[in-house]
Design a protein around this ligand. Structure first.
Ligand code: GLP
Length: 240
């Protein structure tokens, strides 16, 4: 797999350290990077470590894009992925609020909102860095299976597997059923991708994604063809 570097990290500290190093090295080398960042449980430790590592000087010029968002959930709602991105990445890293591009989850015309997002990414010169988690079904962002590599930014109905995993993020609250996602086309065109994967439940899917056939049924498998992919995986997910 040319262009792919896999780091298998031991324990949560080793995982957070390795992932923060991968993300941090790109930010240090490219302080004006256009960065798209995942929510989810996996990158939370790495983001906290990154915030400790980098001073606001190193992050003040970053341009940040939201990866995905629930349709119809306002930004102020604690369930929104915008509020999660703000709490976990934007604020701890001292990023200028004006440098963050959000989805407008309340847009009257979601398709037009997707075109607007794509326009903003194009204006930024494309993504320099994507920090992505791996969905339980192999999704990236909310590019649910099947997603072909040219899939654009769009609103997608969430699969049962995603609804089940998302329910854990918002206990006791109704789970949104549709979401905006940055297109797989934009994610695969990103100059450098850091994929973070942890936990025993990801064992099968991480190997399907990285060692299995390249297929729309496992959208993350298209990353096998990426020229600059760093995978940070913990030993629980990678297995013996
Ligand atoms: C979520 C998000 C993804 C995230 C993935 C894995 O539903 N749409 O952006 O990367 O699923 O989440 P976790 O890290 O919690 O396993």
């Amino acid at each position: 797999m040319p262009g792919i570097r896999i780091t298998v990290a031991d324990g949560p500290d080793g995982f957070d350290r390795a992932a923060a190093d991968e993300i941090g090295s790109t930010i240090r080398a490219c302080p004006r990077a256009a960065v798209v960042v995942a929510t989810g449980r996996t990158p939370m430790g790495p983001y906290a470590r990154l915030a400790d590592d980098l001073s606001a000087d190193a992050t003040g010029d970053l341009r940040v894009f939201q990866l995905d968002e629930y349709l119809g959930i306002p930004r102020s709602d604690p369930r929104s992925l915008a509020s999660w991105t703000r709490r976990s990445f934007v604020e701890p890293l001292g990023i200028e609020p004006a440098s963050v591009h959000w989805f407008d989850a309340m847009a009257d015309d979601p398709d037009a909102e997707c075109r607007r997002y794509e326009g903003a990414v194009a204006e930024a010169g494309g993504f320099d860095l994507a920090v992505l988690g791996l969905g339980p079904n192999g999704h990236l962002g909310f590019n649910e299976p099947p997603s072909d590599p040219m899939s654009g930014t769009r609103v997608v109905p969430l699969t049962e597997e995603s609804l089940a995993s998302n329910a854990a993020y918002v206990p006791g609250e109704p789970v949104p059923t549709e979401a905006f996602t940055a297109g797989l086309d934009l994610l695969l065109a990103t100059r450098r991708v850091v994929l973070v994967v942890s936990g025993r439940t990801k064992h099968e899917i991480v190997h399907r994604a990285l060692d299995g056939p390249v297929t729309a049924q496992v959208p993350a498998s298209f990353l096998q063809e990426h020229p600059d992919l760093a995978v940070v995986v913990d030993a629980d997910a990678w297995g013996a």
